[in-house]
Design a protein around this ligand. Structure first.
Ligand SMILES: [Zn+2]
Ligand SMILES: [Zn+2]
Length: 335
């Protein structure tokens, strides 16, 4: 099928297979034939208009692994036939302070792949050449999609803030958290997994955690003392914030990549006296994504996935909504 996509025509609606006219290819754009595309919680949020910013018709999918099929005349760095990935962002302005400083993901005009742009649940996707990231040869392509969104989201705080000698806690062992544990363990850190689900205790250890703690047990958290250099929170629910910040070592950092809806109460003294901080970050720049992919291929890190043919996309959405997916869903293109 030539240029078809799974299209959501209204909030919460099922996605329908439709032919799509992508129009002329922009001068700096690449076109990618989609082989695999991860199904991420953010796809659900946009499908269900949870953030109130969705635009329909919407073509979701922002964890694309595919091959370049066409390049515009001004494209640099990628060639036809090359295997690339496209993640949460598909373009940025390339001339603002953030883009020129290497922080393209913080560009004021950065273009999310699935908001006002056609995503990867399709035969083809387009992106600016800078955001079509060449994939290392050794990467496990079929499972690599989730690295392009969830993977870089949890790798960035490690790259920015962790040393291999650090004690790192990962809060929430789900789609994001299980990748965070794998990355932090490969980084050399001593990793503690926090999860409210006892059924995940053993699995967290298999992912590389040395210790597992019940995240809903303030007494157990209190016993940990003040030893964490970095806590990465991947959850979107209210936690025992005081107890968790209390586990940070001097100079320790609580870093948020999960979008908690309620504000997090922080006592100033718990930060001041131990020189602690609370921070957050979104995905990462193209260079950061390339570095993460290189690290993942070198350490053979891939998310644990469940595969669906893309034609079963609405079943895959139901599976993700059920909360039972372990841990990321990948759709294999079957047009
Ligand atoms: Zn995502
Ligand atoms: Zn910019």
């Amino acid at each position: 099928m030539n240029n078809a996509a799974w299209v959501a025509n209204a909030a919460k609606g099922p996605m329908m297979l439709e032919t799509v006219d992508l129009g002329p290819l922009g001068g700096e754009d690449v076109e990618v034939a989609v082989d695999h595309c991860g199904l991420c919680h953010s796809d659900l949020s946009v499908l269900n208009n949870q953030w109130g910013i969705s635009q329909y018709p919407a073509i979701l999918g922002h964890e694309v692994v595919g091959r370049v099929t066409a390049v515009g005349p001004q494209v640099k760095g990628v060639t036809v036939g090359q295997r690339v990935g496209v993640g949460w962002f598909a373009a940025s302005c390339m001339h603002c302070h953030q883009c020129m400083g290497g922080n393209h993901h913080l560009c004021p005009q950065v273009q999310p792949t699935i908001l006002g742009h056609r995503g990867g649940f399709a035969t083809h996707i387009r992106s600016h050449w800078a955001w079509a990231i060449p994939l290392p040869e050794k990467l496990r392509f079929a499972d690599a999609g989730p690295l392009l969104c969830g993977g870089i989201t949890v790798f960035s705080p490690l790259a920015m803030h962790a040393k291999p000698t650090d004690r790192v806690g990962v809060i929430g062992i789900g789609g994001l958290g299980h990748m965070a544990v794998k990355f932090a363990a490969a980084y050399g850190c001593d990793v503690t997994a926090f999860t409210s689900s006892e059924s995940k205790f053993d699995e967290a250890k298999r992912f590389g955690a040395s210790h597992v703690v019940a995240s809903n047990d303030p007494a157990a958290i209190g016993k940990l003392g003040g030893g964490f250099d970095l806590l990465i929170s991947t959850v979107n629910a209210k936690l025992e914030w005081d107890a968790l910040i209390g586990t940070l070592a001097p100079n320790g950092r609580l870093h948020l990549v999960g979008a908690v809806p309620e504000p997090i109460p922080v006592a100033a003294f718990s930060l001041i006296l131990q020189q602690r901080s609370v921070s957050g970050s979104p995905t990462g720049s193209p260079a950061a994504i390339a570095r993460m992919l290189d690290f993942a291929s070198r350490h053979d890190i891939a998310p644990q996935t469940e595969h669906f043919p893309m034609s079963k996309i609405n079943d895959a959405v139901a599976r993700l909504e059920s909360g039972k997916a372990r841990y990321r869903i990948v759709l294999d293109a079957d047009f």
